[in-house]
Design a binder for this molecule. Structure first.
Ligand code: ATP
Length: 369
């Protein structure tokens, strides 16, 4: 069991690439922390610095209050699971899992006990004599996890462990890894660029961009209160809709003006925008697909907060339908119930749940409301 403390960590690769900058984070014992962000944002570099596979350019890394910057990877008591599994092809499942323990010269009985226990946890008991090429992708990934588990490390690091699996297996393994975390009660740090994994697996998410932390919080808090447009657009599927609006005040109420429509801003939010000097200025209104609705979905309730648009495309997804609607020159995606059918090209009305709207500064994308 271990907590990690990353203090102003930075990594500059030879050639001057600043892959990670001023990265500060405390990871609690037994936490399941997710590092998420687009390709190249520095996630793997952070993980490799924790593992001791990459030298730290600046800052301090503590494991359980012990400074480990100069401690070799093998002495950090950390296990890493890689995207490509990195199994030895000529060894059986059993020997792949036992490999690290043999190197450490553990007694044979103990090795057998640890491997059998890990095999039981991962449902690999019947496959211990097989070679990696005789396994499915999901089974290989399980062996890679098993090899980490047998060592009983203080911390598990996982670098996109599911990205080589097909969609169905990914869903299954996502649940298995979350259960594994519960069973093992150990600290997990998990890298992904998949926002579904980020939203569903971890206790906290760190959203990264260009080597910098954008936001750290629980999945729900990040979804409900993204600090900027990047985070709002990156997490959630589909991403948040963004529309340019003009903030105005009329008869004591604050409105977001979009084309000819006035969308009322809830009083407290409107006041905050006014105090920050956003009246009579353009800002970006952000609203998620589930906070827009098609006419018919909610009867005519709130119909005064609805805008005319043209349906460009419908995506049927079984339990829900996404309507892509052009409003005031911009396409927005609206989540509607599957019963609500409309033909492409048809004029539709789209309602706005303004209590759920976000407002962002046009220049720097910061959430201002
Ligand atoms: P991905 O999701 O594509 O794996 P990532 O978020 O994990 O990306 P990193 O692999 O940490 O990103 O890379 C961060 C930046 O550092 C990128 O610009 C990458 O090109 C650069 N980089 C990574 N490794 C090296 C290296 N050994 N030498 C030079 N630059 C590197």
């Amino acid at each position: 069991m271990a907590g990690l403390h990353l203090k102003n960590l930075a990594k500059t690769y030879p050639g001057g690439v600043a892959a990670v900058r001023d990265f500060s984070l405390e990871i609690k014992d037994q936490e399941f922390l997710i590092l998420v962000g687009p390709s190249g944002c520095g996630k793997t570099t952070v993980l490799r610095m924790i593992a001791g596979l990459e030298e730290i350019s600046a800052g301090e890394l503590y494991i359980d209050d012990r400074l480990v910057n100069e401690v070799a990877a093998k002495d950090r008591d950390i296990a890493m699971v890689f995207q490509n599994y990195a199994l030895y092809p000529h060894l059986s499942v059993y020997d792949n899992m036992a490999f690290g323990l043999k190197l450490r010269k553990l007694p044979k009985v103990e090795i057998r006990k640890n491997v059998e226990e890990a095999a039981r946890i991962l449902g690999l008991e019947a496959l211990l004599q097989r070679k990696p090429k005789e396994l499915s992708g999901g089974q290989r990934q399980r062996v890679a996890l098993g090899r980490a588990i047998v060592r009983k490390p203080k911390v598990f690091l996982m670098d996109e462990p599911l990205s080589n699996l097909d969609a169905q297996l990914r869903t299954q393994m996502r649940i298995e890894i979350a259960k594994l975390h519960k069973n093992l009660q150990t600290t997990f740090v998990y890298v992904t660029h998949d926002q579904t994994e980020a939203m569903t697996m971890g206790t906290r998410i760190v959203v990264m961009k260009d080597g910098l932390i954008q936001q750290i919080d629980s999945p729900q808090a990040i979804y409900d209160h993204p600090v900027n447009m990047f985070v709002a657009g990156f997490l959630g599927s589909p991403g948040m809709n963004f529309l340019e609006v003009l903030m105005i005040e009329e008869k004591g109420c604050i409105y977001a003006k979009l084309a000819d429509a006035l969308l009322p801003v809830p009083a407290a939010g409107g006041q905050r925008l006014k105090e920050q000097g956003y009246l009579d200025r353009k800002v970006v209104l952000g609203i998620r697909a589930e906070h827009l609705w098609g006419s018919g979905d909610f009867g005519d309730r709130h119909s005064e907060w609805a805008l005319e648009g043209r349906l460009e495309f419908s995506e049927l997804r079984g339990a829900e339908t996404y309507h892509y609607v052009r409003i005031a020159g911009r396409e927005v995606v609206v989540r509607v119930s599957p019963e609500l059918r409309a033909a492409t090209g048809q004029e539709v009305r789209v309602g706005f749940n303004m209590a759920k709207a976000h407002f962002f500064d046009q220049e720097n994308g910061v959430n201002i409301c």
